[in-house]
Design a protein around this ligand. Structure first.
Ligand SMILES: [Zn+2]
Length: 456
């Protein structure tokens, strides 16, 4: 069973937004399709693509995406279906030797990953994620080095879930492994912080990975499981879409939290949660073509925008709109130019303006930028408050606690695990993870007398 059981037919680019090295490129690979069934594979692939391009946030990032289809024929149809997991015992001869029942779990559909990587590397020069479409009606999928998905009824939903693992490093947000009421040893999550961006063992409002998305009015943790021997049966006590810390995640009933009550990484049929959406946007945005960024600029579609060469931020002021364009040159320094616009029509000239800015960037010295930033942070509203309000120990303690809580978030921005892989244009979960010294710059100075931490 393996590559002797079929042949690679070839790769076809079915979505082309430009160079594969610039775009975020998906390769969809056929497994368990006989030659006569490859037309079905083409249909299945197009079907998935239509779903992907209408699913948030991919729908607004289409320009960043290229897609290839890799036709591979197999001697037989389907995938192995071991009796050990309640299957039929079928063992069709297929090119990538797909099989259900990985780790003894029926729905875990696995393939020979090495053979898949070899086949893709031999046919597509640059790619970001591989999805293997397996020609079987049995429910299943998996997401690791490559994503797999079967042709089960919810296939496209499964594919979006598995791509979440394979392309964005998401964890499963559900609180069981084999199943609720079936699992043994899944009551308490180990006291080790998961590396994935969408699950955590830390429900502290100030230091949780997605702290900046949690409203001050949201209880933390948002839910707790009253009986850690079972999956938490309680419904969502919060308005839909609330970001907080919901207990029960990453295969454990207790001791691990997910950002929202539901997410595609927890249950099929739900949108990606805010934390997952943000990671997708941050991963794909650097792959957007420059033209599409200029178009979005013109339409002011965004608040912040990040590209591998620059960052753009819209700033609304009472008197005018500002677009801050920040060129990313080297990790050790950055330069910023702010342009003001009275009317949207002026965006028509943006291409020229942008070209002019580039030469100005070269002439400016980083030191000047540092000074400007310092000045801006000193003018921040919090500092002004501190100057104007009469001193009182209790309010000062609260203010210090607030500052320390915001500082805790700042430091989590730049942990080594969250550094962006700049070589691929990837960004961290928090956007700007390039080294800097916010601890000094953005922290308003404490009052000289009486300002103590709340409890020591
Ligand atoms: Zn999620």
């Amino acid at each position: 069973m393996g590559t002797a059981d079929g042949a690679i037919v070839g790769a076809t680019k079915i979505l082309d937004h430009g160079s594969d090295t610039d775009r975020w490129t998906i390769v969809i690979v056929a497994e368990g399709y006989r030659t006569a069934e490859l037309a079905q594979f083409h249909n299945d692939t197009q079907n998935f693509l239509n779903t992907l391009l209408t699913t948030a946030p991919f729908d607004t990032l289409q320009g960043a995406i290229n897609v290839y289809r890799l036709d591979v024929s197999s001697t037989d149809s389907g995938a192995d279906d071991p009796v050990g997991c309640g299957g039929t015992g079928a063992t069709p001869a297929t090119y990538f030797d797909a099989s259900f029942c990985g780790n003894g779990i029926q729905r875990l559909l696995v393939v020979n990953t090495t053979d898949v990587l070899n086949a893709v590397n031999a046919n597509v020069v640059a790619w970001n994620v591989i999805m293997v479409l397996v020609n079987s009606p049995i429910y299943g999928g998996s997401g690791g080095a490559v994503a797999t998905v079967s042709r089960a009824p919810a296939a496209n939903e499964i594919a979006l879930h598995e791509i979440g693992h394979a392309a964005f490093g998401f964890a499963d947000e559900y609180e069981y492994y084999a199943g609720c009421g079936v699992d043994v040893g899944h009551d308490q999550h180990p006291t080790v912080e998961p590396t994935q961006p969408n699950v955590t063992i830390n429900s502290n409002r100030a230091t949780i990975k997605w702290a900046d998305l949690v409203l001050a009015t949201t209880p933390m943790p948002t839910t707790t499981n009253a009986d850690c021997t079972i999956c938490d049966p309680q419904p969502d006590p919060m308005p839909a879409g609330t970001v907080g810390a919901y207990e029960g995640a990453h295969y454990y009933h207790c001791g691990a939290f997910r950002p929202q009550f539901n997410c595609r990484m927890r249950a099929l049929g739900f949108p990606y949660c805010a934390v997952c959406r943000r990671r997708i946007v941050q991963t794909l945005t650097p792959h957007l073509p420059i033209k599409s960024i200029l178009k979005d600029l013109k339409e002011l579609k965004f608040e912040k925008f990040e590209h591998k060469e620059f960052k753009v931020e819209k700033i609304e002021k009472p008197e005018h709109k500002e677009i801050k364009i920040e060129k990313i040159e080297k990790p050790e320094h950055k330069e910023v130019k702010t342009e003001k616009f009275e009317k949207l029509e002026k965006f028509e000239k943006l291409e020229k303006i942008e070209a002019r800015e580039k030469s100005e960037f070269k002439e400016r010295k980083p030191e000047k930028f540092e000074v400007e930033l310092d000045k801006r942070s000193l003018e921040g509203p919090k500092f002004k408050d501190a100057e104007l309000e009469p001193f009182d120990e209790r309010s000062m303690s609260e203010r210090v606690a607030r500052l320390e809580s915001s500082m805790a978030r700042m430091s989590h921005f730049i942990t080594p695990q969250q550094r962006p892989d700049l070589s691929r244009g990837a960004l961290s979960t928090d956007g700007d993870a390039r080294p800097r010294t916010p601890a000094k710059r953005s922290r308003p100075p404490r009052r000289p007398s009486g300002a103590r931490p709340p409890s020591r």
